[in-house]
Design a protein around this ligand. Structure first.
Ligand code: SF4
Length: 260
């Protein structure tokens, strides 16, 4: 069976468990992370020893880039981290301020090459004041490690800084009210790549109505700086639907390629 684009013939692939080749570009630690994510990978045996390329079946080819619509005009917000975080802590711009326990500003390296953007704080995030904690946070950590990144080396934030009650989806008014904070964070960090996880983040950043399944697998660009933006599934969704982890690995491969 021949595939198209960058895909390779399946007959050229053998399961990892059957492979007796040496280490490829993915080192032992990353293999362990792939195992932890529950992703089966394959080893090409048609490459010289030491150059084995590990992939998962069904990789989709890169398609032509799609640029996002310009975001909302940036509000007059503090341009330093401390003042910006204080502004978020005191924010009452939408009704979520009434039900939150904590604002969830974001965490990580303020000079990160990669910015991970999720949807909104959940119950545990609201309690701790940190993004991506709990089981979804652990899976995100594993996904990042599989891509050769640590949680500390990226910056992680959400579209909304306060938790929608009952973990409902953010509404349009809330996203509009909160957008400036994230935009300012992106402006301060100037990441090389934004990884939008889940439909809410992807649709909000790209001003698109398309589903994650249609947005993922190709490069987009965000804002006037045309920051590279990739879409993948939210770790919470992957926990509910592990069969989609292979696609998230394909997205992480695109991320690694972009960072090379
Ligand atoms: S969600 Fe955003 S806009 Fe709404 S109160 Fe929290 S920080 Fe302010």
């Amino acid at each position: 069976m021949r595939s198209t684009g960058c895909l390779i013939e399946k007959s050229e692939l053998i399961p990892r468990a059957m492979s007796d080749h040496g280490e490829g570009p993915l080192d032992q630690r990353r293999r362990q992370m792939l195992d932890a994510m529950g992703i089966q990978y394959w080893v090409r045996r048609d490459l010289p020893t030491g150059q084995h390329d590990e992939v998962v079946p069904g990789r989709e080819p890169l398609q032509e880039s799609q640029e996002s619509m310009p975001g909302e005009t940036m509000q007059q917000l503090p341009a330093d981290w401390e003042s910006l975080q204080l502004a978020v802590s005191n924010c009452r711009k939408c009704s979520l301020s009434q039900s939150r326990q904590n604002t969830v500003f974001g965490t990580g390296d303020q000079d990160a090459r990669v910015m991970v953007i999720g949807e909104a704080p959940g119950e545990e995030e609201d309690r701790q004041g940190l993004p991506f904690v709990g089981r979804a946070g652990l899976l995100l950590n594993q996904m990042l490690l599989a891509a050769g990144l640590s949680r500390e080396s990226v910056y992680i934030a959400n579209i909304l800084k306060c938790r929608p009650p009952g973990n409902r989806n953010p509404d349009a008014q809330e996203m509009k009210a909160c957008h400036g904070y994230l935009q300012q964070q992106i402006s301060l960090i100037q990441p090389e790549v934004i990884l939008a996880t889940g439909g809410v983040a992807a649709k909000s950043l790209l001003q698109s109505d398309e589903a994650v399944g249609r947005l993922r697998g190709r490069m987009h660009h965000y804002g006037e700086s045309k920051i590279s933006l990739l879409v993948t599934y939210h770790p919470s969704y992957l926990l509910r639907k592990p069969s989609e982890k292979a696609k998230s690995w394909q997205d992480l491969q695109l991320l690694m390629k972009q960072l090379q």
